[in-house]
Design a protein around this ligand. Structure first.
Ligand code: PLP
Length: 472
């Protein structure tokens, strides 16, 4: 026992001090490129880890070289950002976990321009007086959607919450049971209702709700009729729900505002592209709905935001609600959103200009040509995996267009020396990380969401991941 302790003591005292490490040639090298705080933290962490390992009777590498190399690694980890670009090889275009919509070039440039300096965020350049941040997006939103008025908040969940609170606080909101949905874990219609201080009045059944169900539920305390787009699921079979048109006329007759939570917020007509399940915002606004809400970063293809559009009277009430202040968007969101809307003014080229739409509606030939390029580059570099191009389907994602399958091409990899799970995890921990999908014994790289400029680093990542046969 005593001998072990002596040995441990010897090892502990052989560890270099923070000061010694800082004064070593490597130390000055680190300090010349990395903030002192980060260097010191990295040294302390590595020494603490070594000390702990010694005391736990493990046998850590405590040569100076090993310690320095560990510190090197840790400094690199501390100096890199937590939020970083990844290569999306999942084929899911609006991937909520991977940041949803890619912004257009115009939107990105506008964020940079506005963020770099001062702006007229809340300053009226005509009068020289205080202005409103909502002015910057209002004109285009009204023009594009056809709604009387509109403004944006932080996301669609906030938009729904704000409208419920503004129009139905302490009052009943009639919703069909088939629309009491949960979207992405934390947005559940009943919970949002409670948070907005509205009282949920469920009507109908899971598969069928009739107009008379809504009619019967109306009373003196009804504050709103709400329709929620079943964006991320579909009830099939013996079903029936009430069209928004019918709800709008019911609402009019009874002087009750009707709101439609559209979710995705598509601003182009997708029917020519074979998609009939997603009404455009314009279509819904034209029907005369009192309020429509939708996301900025789903099919719209802009920054995270929630749009509240509809009758001027109601939109203004929502804008004046004190809660709106807690949901207000920042200048970078406004910059990106306005630029994205500007892209929509060019009707003929909008699909090409908005990356989300471009990725969804690119031709199979262009996906195949990227898949071929990836496969041929890989074949030149590696011999320890089977590589083939397969036909597959990609999804829109983000709860958008759940029924639509988008035919795609994927590069399928079957590694010879490591399991497909090891390959997947190595790619995920690459710099930049590559996020891919496992199917059976293959790793699928869906060419739909892999951009041309990413192919080189994708191939390098795969080559590196396959070169080491050992697990790490
Ligand atoms: C996505 C979605 C939401 C939530 O929108 P966020 O912008 O993610 O807050 C709300 N309602 C519906 C119907 C949706 O599809």
């Amino acid at each position: 026992m005593k001998a072990i302790n002596e040995e441990k003591k010897k090892q502990l005292s052989s560890l270099p001090s923070v000061d010694e490490l800082l004064k070593s040639p490597e130390g000055s090298q680190w300090l010349s490129v990395t903030p002192r705080k980060i260097v010191i933290q990295a040294i302390r962490d590595v020494l603490a880890e070594k000390r702990k390992n010694i005391l736990d009777s493990q046998t850590p590498e405590i040569s100076l070289e090993a310690i320095i190399s560990d510190i090197d690694l840790r400094i690199r980890k501390f100096s890199s950002y937590s939020l970083m670009p990844v290569i999306n090889a999942t084929g899911i275009v609006i991937h909520t976990n991977l940041g949803r919509a890619l912004l257009s070039e115009k939107a990105v440039r506008n964020i940079i321009d506005v963020a770099r300096g001062y702006s007229n965020l809340e300053y009226d350049l005509e009068t020289g007086k205080r202005g409103k941040r909502h002015t910057h997006t209002k004109r285009l939103l009204k023009q594009i959607t056809g709604a009387e008025d509109a403004f944006i908040v932080n996301n669609n969940a906030a938009a729904v919450l704000l409208c419920l609170n503004t129009l139905a606080k302490g009052r009943e909101v009639i919703v069909s049971r088939s629309e009491l949905v949960e979207i992405g874990g934390s947005f559940r219609v009943p919970d949002v209702m409670a948070a907005g201080s509205a009282v949920l009045k469920e009507v109908g059944t899971t598969n069928k709700t009739h107009l008379y169900d809504y009619k019967r539920a109306i009373n003196r305390n009804t504050g709103m009729i709400l329709k929620v787009h079943q964006s991320n699921y579909k009830i099939i079979g013996f079903t029936e729900d009430v069209k928004i048109e019918e709800l709008i006329s019911l609402g009019k007759k009874n002087r009750i505002p009707v709101m439609y939570d559209l979710g995705s917020g598509c601003l182009v007509d997708l029917k020519p592209h074979g998609i009939h399940s997603e009404p455009s915002v314009q279509e819904i606004a034209r029907l005369g709905v009192d309020i429509v809400t939708f996301s900025g970063d789903k099919l719209l293809g802009g920054p995270q935001a929630g749009v509240i559009a509809g009758r001027k009277k109601y939109v203004e009430m929502a804008q004046k609600n004190p809660m709106a202040r807690a949901m207000r968007v920042d200048k970078m969101t406004i910059a990106a959103f306005e630029a994205t809307l500007m892209d929509y003014m060019d009707d003929e080229n909008v699909i090409k200009k908005i990356p989300v739409l471009d990725l969804l509606f690119q031709t199979p030939e262009s996906i195949l040509s990227r898949a071929r390029k990836i496969a041929s580059e890989l074949r030149r570099k590696i011999s320890n995996a089977e590589i083939e191009i397969i036909k597959d389907f990609s999804r829109a994602g983000g709860g958008s267009l759940p029924e639509a399958d988008f035919p795609t091409f994927a590069v399928s990899l079957r590694p010879a020396h490591i399991t497909v799970n090891v390959l997947e995890s190595r790619l995920r921990r690459n710099s930049p990380p590559v996020i891919a999908r496992i199917k059976g014994n293959s790793l699928l790289l869906d060419a739909r969401t892999i951009q041309k400029h990413e192919i080189k680093s994708l191939v390098a990542a795969i080559t590196l991941a396959l070169c080491n046969p050992d697990e790490f």
